[in-house]
Design a protein around this ligand. Structure first.
Ligand SMILES: [Zn+2]
Length: 284
């Protein structure tokens, strides 16, 4: 798999996302004293590619990891780095409960049946690891409840718990001096344990929070970095949809009509039509 790398800001190198096996963005944040890694990668192979790139650039390797949430694609690379991991208590709890599993086909099937994983994630795990699934899930070393600051030497990172539909343990990471905001998957819909859904109120709260940083770059883990202006423009239809659902709740026809009128479109694009279903499911 070919990954692209980007020096996003003076202290941040990112490895872009790869959708084939659901590899999220990883970021190395480098201060005068330490390097911090945001998210561990979805596998040791994923982690190794970033490690090699940092070595090639003569960068200090990560000495600490922060996790944005427990999901496999963000955490299963942990064992490869052999450094302390900082995570929200909810993240630690789930990862602790997943340690010691076999990750065989039967095991994956059971995790899908119990709603711990989705079929889509199980499929991505099979693709990323092949048949010989040597997966070691590790429990994080340092656990926090609301937020935690990490001083890397002239560069300060604040990891804050925000929760939301996607995963109750979701955190966002703000690199203060570079004013870069990593949102993890916090703005995504729920993905495990039933049909995907969004709660309009929760979504709008998170959006307001993200806009409030007025960040130089806003980074969603499975997307591409955007300026705050680009991010606002990108999210505008979704913000509007959430507001419409807040008012017209269960009336699908009305929700679709209001959104079409706002966007001045005859038909809604596929992603927004799907969004309507997620928000309606979340408003029940
Ligand atoms: Zn996720």
């Amino acid at each position: 798999m070919k990954h692209e790398f980007q020096q996003l800001s003076p202290h941040i190198l990112i490895m872009h996302a790869e959708h084939e096996t659901d590899r999220p963005i990883l970021a190395a944040i480098t201060g005068e004293r330490r390097t911090l890694l945001m998210d561990a990668g979805n596998s040791p192979a994923h982690a190794e590619l970033f490690r090699q790139e940092m070595a090639k650039r003569g960068m200090r390797q990560p000495e600490l990891i922060v996790l944005t949430h427990w999901h496999w694609d963000h955490s299963f690379g942990m064992s490869a780095w052999k450094v302390p991991v900082i995570a929200h208590e909810g993240t630690a709890e789930v990862l602790g409960s997943l340690a010691g599993r076999s990750w065989s086909d039967d095991d994956l099937e059971e995790l899908v049946l119990t709603g711990t994983l989705s079929e889509e994630s199980a499929q991505h795990i099979r693709l990323e690891y092949g048949d010989n699934r040597n997966i070691t899930v590790v429990k994080p070393d340092i656990v926090f409840t609301e937020s935690i600051n990490v001083d890397l030497g002239g560069v300060t990172c604040e990891l804050s718990h925000v929760g939301g539909d996607h995963s109750a343990d979701s955190c966002i990471l703000h690199v203060k001096e570079d004013n870069v905001l990593f949102l993890g998957d916090a703005l995504g819909p729920s993905v495990y344990g039933g049909p995907r859904q969004y709660s309009s109120t929760g979504f709008l709260n998170l959006l307001g929070l993200a806009y409030g940083y007025n960040a130089q770059w806003v980074v969603e883990s499975h997307g591409v970095p955007m300026s705050t202006a680009e991010f606002r423009a990108d999210l505008a239809p979704w913000e509007r949809l959430a507001r419409i659902v807040d008012v017209f709740g269960h009336n699908r026809e009305r929700v679709v009509k209001e959104l079409k009128d706002y966007l001045k479109l005859q038909e809604l694009p596929a992603d927004l039509l799907q969004g309507v279903e997620y928000f309606l499911a979340g408003s029940k």
